[in-house]
Write a protein that binds this ligand. Structure first.
Ligand SMILES: Nc1ncnc2c1ncn2[C@@H]1O[C@H](COP(=O)(O)OP(=O)(O)OP(=O)(O)O)[C@@H](O)[C@H]1O
Length: 736
C-alpha cells in the first residue's frame, strides 16, 4: 500500500497548491492543500529545515515512521520531499482538525463520555498497532488526535516517536526526556531506567482527563512545576465526587492507566478489553456529535490564534506567565519557555501553595499520597548545614568547570546544511538551490559527506565565519543565569521553530499577527526540546528573520546541548530536549564527522565503509561521548533541582539558599547511572546476540533442509538415470 501511495502522490511542490494554514506545531506549519494531478485535498506539513531546531534525526524518524505505518487510525504520510529550504510532508487532510482544537473551540469544558469513549477507543487501536510494530508514540495528547469529515479518528505527529527495536545508542536514547510535560510519564521525566510503550499508556490516561475537563492536569502550570508535580504528587485522575457525571468504569479505566509504576499499567491490547470501551460508538456518531455545525478548520484555527494573541498581549503587560502557558495550550502547542529565575519562583510556588485544586485531581483511594511538603528526615539534619554550603560552593565551581570543559568537548558537528544531510532520505531530493549554495560558505562537496567536523568547516568557510567559529570554539562558556550570565538568556522547553521562519511560505497574510509574533517572539512559550537561548530584543529578533545566516550562530551541537554565539560575543549554550542525544563518529574518505545515530540507521553510506580497525576507536569514542553526555545531563538536572529547591538528597540549607547534595552523593549518583548505562549496554548486546543466534539457527535450518532437498533430488535423478540406463542396457543386451 505504501508503495502505491508513493507512486500516486507526486513528490514535487509544483504539483500542489497550498491553501490556508490549518495548524501549527513547534516545528511545523500545516496547510490545507490540493494535489493538482489527482485533484485530491491533502494536508501538507511544512518544516523549515534550515531554521528548525529539531535534530535531523527526529525529522527523518518522523518521516520514516509516517511512511511505513499503515493503519486506519494512524496518519500516514503520502510522500515527503524538500522544497527550497523546507521539507514538505504530504498526508491525508483531516478536516475536523485535532480534538484539542475542537474542544477549545466548541467544548471548553470537555466532551461527553460517549464521545470520549469513541475517540479513545480509536486511539487505543492506533496504539495497539504502533506498539505491535515496535513504536512508542511518546506524544499522545488531544492535539495529536485528528478527526476527518466522516468522524474517523487518527493519531498523528511522529516527531518524537521511538522504536522499541532500536538498539545501541538509539535504544539508550529512550532514556531521554521526550514528550510534553503534562502528558509525560514519570519514568520519562526521571530518565532513570529508560521507558517503554507503557509511557504511551500514561499519556493516554492524561489524554482521557484532558478530553474530560477540556485541559490536561496541571496544564496551567509552568513546565518545571508540572514536572515536579507529576513526580511528587499522587497520579491525577477523575475525582469520584467532582467528576460525578462520568461513569465508574471510565474512572477505573483512567486509574489503571495513571499508575506511576509502568509495570502495573496495562498494555494497550489489554486496555482495549476494559469495559469502558464497550461504550464506544461509530465514526458517524462522532461526526454528528462534535463536528456538526463547526465552521471550516482554517476559520477555527484563525479564531483560536486570535485568542492566543490577545492573551499574549495581556500577559505582556501583566507578566502573567500562567496565562501565557495557557494561551499556548489553547492553540495546541504545548510549548513553554522559562528561565532559571522563574524556575526558582516556580519551585517556591510549589512549596508555598500546593494547590487544593490539584489535590482534587488525585485518585486518593488507590495511591499513597506523596506531597511536596514531605521532607525526608535526612534533609533536616542541621549539622549538615555548613558542610552543605561548602560542598555547594565547591560543587558549583566544579560543575561550572565541567560544563565549560563540556563546551570544549562539543567540537563535534551538526549538519550545516540539513537538506544536504537528508539527501537520499526523502522521496525526492531537489537540489533546487544550487546557485545559492555555491555562493554560500558551506562545507559540502557535491558528493562529500553530509557531516564534517566543525573545525574543518571553520577552515573552509569564508574568513568572517572562520573567525567567529574559531572564537566560539575557543571560548565556549555557559550562560545560565545562576552561572553568572546575563538575565536575558532563557531556557525554552521546546524545539522552537520561530513563526517568522515560515512567513514567506504563508498563504494567509496576517500582517498584524506577524508583527505581533516578531514583537513577542522572544516571549513565546515553546514546547519540545529544552533549549536555553538568547532572548533577543525585538530588533535583534526582527533582524534574525531576514538573516539567513543566523543559524550559523550555532557553532556546536551535541544532543541536547547546543552552543551558540551571538554577534556581541555573548556565548550561550542551549539545552535541548534530547530526542536523540547520541552521536556517532563517521569516517569516510579519510574525513571524520560526527553523525547522529539515525543517520547511520538510515543507511548513510559512511557506515558501510568502516573496517574493523576504524570500528573499535569509533565505538570507544561513542561510548566516551555517551558517558560524558549522560553525566552532563545528570548534572544539569541536578542544577535544575537545586534551583527549584527540590532534590532527594540531604542538606536543606534553609534561608532561601540553594540546597546542595554533597559531592560524594553526586559522584555516587553518577557512578550509579554509569553502571546502569553499562548494564543496559550489556543487556542490549546480549539481546542482539540472541537475535543473531536465532537468525543463524534459522539460516542453518534452512540450509540444512535445502541441502537435504538437493541431496534427495540428486539421488532421485541418479536413480532415474540408473533405471533408464538399466532399461536401455536391458534393451540393448539381446542385441549385443
Ligand atoms: N493531516 C492533518 N490535517 C489537518 N490538520 C492537521 C494535520 N496534521 C496536523 N494538523 C494540525 O496541525 C497541528 C500541528 O501539527 P503537528 O502536531 O504535526 O506539528 P508539530 O510541529 O509536530 O507539533 P507539536 O507541537 O505537537 O510537536 C496539529 O495539532 C493539527 O491541529
Amino acid at each position: 500500500m505504501g508503495h502505491e501511495i508513493e507512486k500516486r502522490f507526486p513528490a514535487n511542490a509544483k504539483d500542489y497548491q497550498l491553501f490556508e494554514e490549518v495548524g501549527e506545531g513547534v516545528s511545523a506549519t500545516v496547510y490545507r492543500a490540493l494535489c493538482i494531478p489527482l485533484n485530491e485535498e491533502v494536508a501538507i506539513k511544512v518544516l523549515d529545515l534550515e531554521r528548525c531546531n529539531n535534530d535531523l534525526d527526529d525529522i527523518k524518524r518522523e518521516v520514516q515512521t509516517m511512511r511505513i505505518i499503515n493503519h486506519p487510525n494512524v496518519v500516514q504520510a503520502y510522500c515527503s520531499f524538500p522544497a527550497g529550504q523546507k521539507l514538505w510532508i504530504v498526508m491525508p487532510y483531516m478536516s475536523g482538525g485535532s480534538c484539542l482544537h475542537i474542544m477549545k473551540y466548541a467544548h471548553p469544558e470537555g466532551f461527553e463520555e460517549p464521545v470520549i469513549a469513541t475517540v479513545l477507543y480509536e486511539v487505543l487501536k492506533a496504539l495497539i498497532y504502533l506498539h505491535s510494530e515496535g513504536h512508542i508514540h511518546r506524544d499522545v495528547k488531544a492535539g495529536n488526535i485528528l478527526i476527518d469529515a466522516s468522524g474517523a479518528v487518527k493519531l498523528a505527529d511522529f516527531g518524537v516517536a521511538a522504536s522499541m527495536f532500536d538498539t545501541g545508542d538509539r535504544q539508550r536514547a529512550r532514556n531521554t526526556f521526550v514528550g510534553t510535560p503534562c502528558w509525560m510519564a514519570p519514568e520519562v521525566m526521571q530518565q532513570l531506567h529508560g521507558y517503554d510503550f507503557k509511557a504511551d499508556i500514561w499519556s493516554f490516561g492524561i489524554t482521557a482527563l484532558e478530553l474530560s475537563h477540556g485541559h490536561a492536569p496541571f496544564s496551567k502550570y509552568p513546565p518545571m512545576k508540572v514536572l515536579l508535580m507529576t513526580l511528587q504528587n499522587a497520579p491525577p485522575g477523575l475525582d469520584y465526587e467532582r467528576d460525578e457525571k462520568f461513569s465508574k468504569s471510565f474512572k477505573k479505566m483512567v486509574a489503571t492507566c495513571l499508575v506511576k509504576d509502568p509495570k502495573k499499567r496495562p498494555s494497550s491490547e489489554k486496555l482495549l478489553k476494559h469495559p469502558f470501551f464497550k461504550h464506544a460508538h461509530s465514526n458517524d456518531y462522532l461526526a454528528r456529535a462534535i463536528l456538526d455545525g463547526l465552521p471550516p478548520l482554517a476559520d477555527r484555527f484563525k479564531t483560536l490564534k486570535g485568542r492566543e494573541e490577545e492573551i499574549l498581549l495581556q500577559s505582556r503587560t501583566e507578566e502573567d506567565k500562567e496565562q501565557l502557558s495557557q494561551s499556548q495550550y489553547i492553540r495546541g502547542i504545548s510549548a513553554w519557555n522559562f528561565n532559571l529565575e522563574e524556575l526558582k519562583s516556580q519551585a517556591s510556588l510549589i512549596q508555598e501553595e500546593t494547590p487544593a485544586s490539584e489535590e482534587l485531581e488525585v485518585n486518593g483511594t488507590d495511591y499513597g499520597v506523596e506531597t511536596f511538603d514531605t521532607i525526608p528526615s535526612e534533609h533536616q539534619n542541621a549539622s549538615d548545614e555548613k558542610t552543605g554550603i561548602a560542598n555547594a560552593v565547591a560543587s558549583r565551581k566544579e560543575e561550572l568547570q565541567d560544563l565549560q570543559e563540556f563546551g570544549g568537548l562539543l567540537a563535534t558537528t551538526f549538519p550545516i546544511h540539513p537538506l544536504k544531510a537528508l539527501e537520499g532520505f526523502f522521496d525526492v531530493y531537489e537540489d533546487d538551490n544550487k546557485d545559492a549554495r555555491q555562493n554560500r560558505p558551506v562545507a559540502f562537496n557535491s558528493d562529500s559527506e553530509s557531516l564534517i567536523p566543525m573545525q574543518q568547516i571553520s577552515h573552509e568557510v569564508g574568513s568572517e565565519s572562520k573567525k567567529s567559529d574559531a572564537e566560539n570554539l575557543e571560548g565556549t562558556t555557559f550562560s545560565a543565569k545562576y552561572l553568572n550570565v546575563p538575565e536575558r538568556q532563557k531556557i525554552l522547553s521546546g524545539s522552537l521553530l520561530s513563526d517568522h521562519a515560515l512567513l514567506p511560505a504563508r498563504i494567509t497574510a496576517l500582517p498584524e499577527r506577524d508583527e505581533l509574533h516578531q514583537k513577542h517572539h522572544s516571549e513565546r512559550y515553546c514546547s519540545g526540546p529544552l533549549l536555553c537561548c538568547q532572548r533577543d530584543s525585538p530588533k535583534q529578533s526582527a533582524a534574525s528573520v531576514h538573516d539567513e545566516s543566523s543559524d550559523s550562530r550555532v557553532v556546536q551541537r551535541k544532543g541536547r546541548f547546543k552552543v551558540t554565539s551571538s554577534d556581541t560575543g555573548n556565548k550561550e549554550i542551549a539545552l535541548r530536549r534530547g530526542r536523540d542525544n547520541d552521536q556517532r563518529l563517521v569516517r569516510e574518505k579519510g574525513k571524520i564527522g560526527v553523525a547522529t545515530s539515525a543517520n547511520l540507521a538510515c543507511g548513510f553510506a559512511a557506515s558501510a565503509t568502516l573496517d574493523a580497525s576504524t570500528v573499535l576507536p569509533t565505538l570507544q569514542f561513542i561510548l566516551r561521548q555517551n558517558v560524558i553526555q549522560r553525566e552532563q545531563i545528570v548534572k544539569l538536572l541536578k542544577l535544575v533541582e537545586q534551583v527549584s529547591g527540590h532534590h532527594g538528597e540531604p542538606s536543606d540549607l534553609g534561608g532561601g539558599e540553594f540546597s546542595q547534595p554533597s559531592l560524594g552523593v553526586i559522584k555516587e549518583r553518577e557512578l550509579q547511572s554509569y553502571i546502569l548505562q553499562l548494564q543496559q549496554q550489556v543487556d542490549h548486546l546480549a539481546e542482539e546476540l540472541q537475535i543473531i543466534k536465532s537468525k543463524n539457527a534459522k539460516l542453518e535450518r534452512k540450509l540444512h533442509s535445502f541441502l537435504k532437498e538437493r541431496e534427495i533430488g540428486e539421488q532421485e535423478s541418479l536413480e532415474e538415470e540408473g533405471v533408464s540406463s538399466g532399461a536401455s542396457h536391458k534393451q540393448t543386451e539381446p542385441i549385443l
